[in-house]
Write a protein that binds this ligand. Structure first.
Ligand code: SF4
Length: 682
């Protein structure tokens, strides 16, 4: 048995340092968290620990494929790499000749967070002048709300949770999505008797571990935050000196909060006045209070406003001033020193190229002029690191787009995903254990590098290799295309004044955490005047002037009396693990969690199949009686494959691709629906 170092590439804030166990034959056996890594501390999630299921999956793609049946039918023939790459390049060339380069839309997201494998496609995009992508599907809304107040993507290092007396986890199920937060919470509880408060619309695994769970209605977080600030100000729990020194707080802001009473918020959130007041007193009475904001509560039409409102809390109490106090949503500015142009080709970007919103892929592919503007239709795509047939909203429209006969699609994937099934050419991709890469993070401050620990399975090739081969065929020139992945890492590190690739590999990680004063904004917040903003600049968007509840959400009505939240399942990560045997066994099957009283009213039994729908469509799913939600709320955890639902349509059939102000994003947890006794179409 040998152990090789690596780094988890998945879309998770932790970017865990890994010890990969190999057997005598060089096959991967199990993955472990690196014990000496200050954030990982030897603990990783079960789905990645059992990564062998993914590496050696029976549906792992091992050779390039060409479609020989109808689109989506799943009939492919194996072909050679040269034939496959020649065809992709030729189809891109033909498309660009007919419509101009913007007709080609390279499409990617965070299936791997490795900087080389994620950004090579950007280099091709930039050099060729292909359509740009607006990356809105995950963190954009939360980022906009946070930046509106704080002004930079920094915050209190998560290791400081261990020094906190009160940890508030707001809108994220970290037991499922970032287990290391709970490591630090456990340390704080053991060492200091810290309290844990979880604010979330349902009693998920994290809420089950909380001392207090505030189970509010989805999309009402801004109201709760505003009412908490009302209490803090009214009861002398605000730090007036801090407010005067570090923020734009003034009499107008104070006057605004006078009307944001706990009774007002109780009406909106469904919480009791007592719950709101006692939480406010606990928060205001605990200086070492750590607020971990998640992205879950941001996936609402009012998500940016709500994020901003929540981010105001430590500015009112002055919790930023002490160790273990403050807040965090995203730490990615720790990596500002990285000069990424060799990876991304941003230095070669052409002016005036249109940008298409990735969350609006259904609208884009069906030719919605609001999305494609006066430019050409998208007629050619290369897709890496994402599975839009499952993960994108408004999936009926996404499917209609992919079915277009005049659209050429190449998907580079590890398994035959439902997006790959719609492709003309499918290329087999390496897993992170089969290629070299460089890793930053959006939840920790560690820069890490990892070398391949096993050879590529079958004929799989890395993203970077595929992009290099296409660039060569398309005549794309950039220094990044002339380097191996390892050379790119080394050159990027050198440009960024970091140790070289071999040195970083030897050290495994470098901690780029800013000093205490910077992370706690004691030298000023990210805005030019250094002040936290209670009065954000929302640009052209018409959004509340002060921290507030914005009544923009998809409110239930007579026809649609329920609100649907599509939260992440414990054993999946978007759609990445929804085919691995242990994850599927742990999750069972898709279910709709509904309050027992609502099931009674609908005459539905626990376990019965129900139909859930709205104006976009409907689907069948088993009902589970669950009293860990308010009445009128439905939770469907995922993301299950579309094929896992009886009629082949997954939960994103129901979610909207409406654009969240001010800068975009998809309202995945903001959907009014009806529930009915099951009837089967046809
Ligand atoms: S906790 Fe997150 S970073 Fe760590 S192994 Fe699991 S998915 Fe990867």
């Amino acid at each position: 048995m040998t152990i090789q170092p690596s780094v988890c590439p998945h879309d998770c804030p932790s970017a865990c340092a890994l010890d990969v166990e190999l057997d005598a034959a060089g096959r991967v056996k199990r993955l472990h968290g690196a014990k000496e890594h200050p954030h990982t501390q030897g603990i990783i999630c079960a789905k990645v620990a059992r990564y062998t299921e993914l590496v050696y999956h029976e549906r792992r793609l091992t050779t390039p494929l060409k479609r020989i049946g109808a689109k989506g039918e799943g009939k492919f023939a194996a072909i050679g790499w040269d034939e496959a790459l020649d065809e992709v390049a030729e189809r891109f060339r033909q498309a660009a000749e007919r419509f101009g380069p913007e007709t080609v839309w390279p499409y990617q997201y965070a299936g791997t967070m490795g900087l080389v494998m994620r950004n090579s496609i950007e280099r091709l995009r930039n050099v060729m002048g292909y359509s740009n992508q607006l990356f809105t599907i995950c963190s954009t809304v939360g980022g906009a709300g946070w930046l509106a107040g704080v002004g930079s993507k920094l915050g209190t290092d998560m290791r400081e949770i261990a020094q906190s007396d009160l940890i508030v986890i707001w809108g994220t199920n970290v037991v499922a999505t970032q287990i290391q937060v709970m490591t630090f919470v456990t340390q704080a509880k053991r060492q200091r008797g810290a309290k844990l408060v979880v604010i979330d619309p349902y009693r998920n695994a994290t809420a089950q571990k909380a001392d207090i769970h505030l189970m509010l209605r989805p999309g009402t977080d801004g109201a709760l935050a505003a009412a908490v600030m009302h209490v803090l100000l009214k009861e002398g729990l605000a730090d007036r000196d801090y407010l005067a020194k570090f923020t734009d707080f003034g009499p107008d802001v104070a006057a605004h909060f006078e009307a944001r009473t706990p009774a007002w918020a109780a009406e909106i959130t469904g919480l009791s006045v007592e719950e709101i007041v006692s939480f406010a007193r606990l928060y205001g009475g605990t200086k070492r209070s750590y607020l971990r904001l998640g992205f879950g509560f941001t996936r609402q039409r009012n998500g940016a406003v709500a994020t901003h409102a929540v981010s105001c809390l430590p500015a009112v109490t002055g919790a930023w001033q002490v160790e273990g106090g403050g807040a965090l949503i995203n730490d990615s500015d720790c990596f500002r020193q990285l000069k990424k142009s060799l990876l991304t080709g941003e230095d070669a970007a052409r002016r005036g190229v249109r940008t298409l919103d990735m969350s609006r892929i259904g609208a884009v592919l069906t030719g919605d002029r609001r999305d494609i503007g006066n430019g050409p239709p998208v007629t050619a795509m290369l897709i890496q690191n994402t599975n839009p047939m499952v993960v994108a909203p408004d999936s009926k429209r996404v499917r209609a787009g992919f079915l277009r006969d005049d659209l050429f699609v190449c998907v580079h994937e590890q398994r035959m995903s439902e997006t790959a099934l719609m492709a003309d050419i499918v290329l087999p991709a390496t897993t992170f254990l089969e290629h070299d890469d460089l890793y930053a993070s959006y939840g920790t401050s560690f820069l890490q590098v990892a070398k391949a620990v096993i050879a590529p399975q079958g004929e799989a090739r890395s993203n970077h290799e595929v992009i290099r081969a296409l660039a060569q065929r398309l005549g794309a020139r950039h220094p990044g295309f002339d380097m191996t992945g390892w050379e790119l890492i080394d050159a990027t590190l050198a440009r960024s004044a970091f140790p070289g690739a071999e040195e970083l590999a030897r050290r495994r990680w470098i901690d780029l955490a800013p000093d205490f004063e910077t992370a706690h904004f004691l030298k000023g917040f990210g805005h030019s005047d250094g002040r936290f903003r209670f009065k954000p600049d929302w640009g052209d968007a018409t959004l509340p002037v002060f921290p507030d509840h914005a009544p923009l959400i998809d409110e239930p009505d007579h026809e649609h009396p329920f609100r649907l939240v599509t939260a992440p399942a414990h054993s999946f990560l978007n759609s990445s693990f929804n085919e691995t045997p242990s994850s599927r066994k742990a999750e069972g099957a898709p279910v709709a969690m509904v309050h027992p009283a609502d099931l009674d009213r609908l005459n539905l039994a626990d376990g019965a199949t129900l139909r859930i729908g709205n104006k976009q469509g409907s689907l069948l799913v088993a009902a589970r009686a669950f009293d860990g939600v308010q009445r009128g709320v439905v939770i469907v955890e995922g993301l299950w494959a579309n094929a896992d639902f009886e009629e082949g349509a997954g939960i994103n059939l129901l979610t909207s691709a409406d654009v969240i102000p001010p800068v975009g994003g998809a309202p995945f947890h903001d959907t009014k629906v009806w529930l009915r006794t099951a009837y089967r179409d046809g």
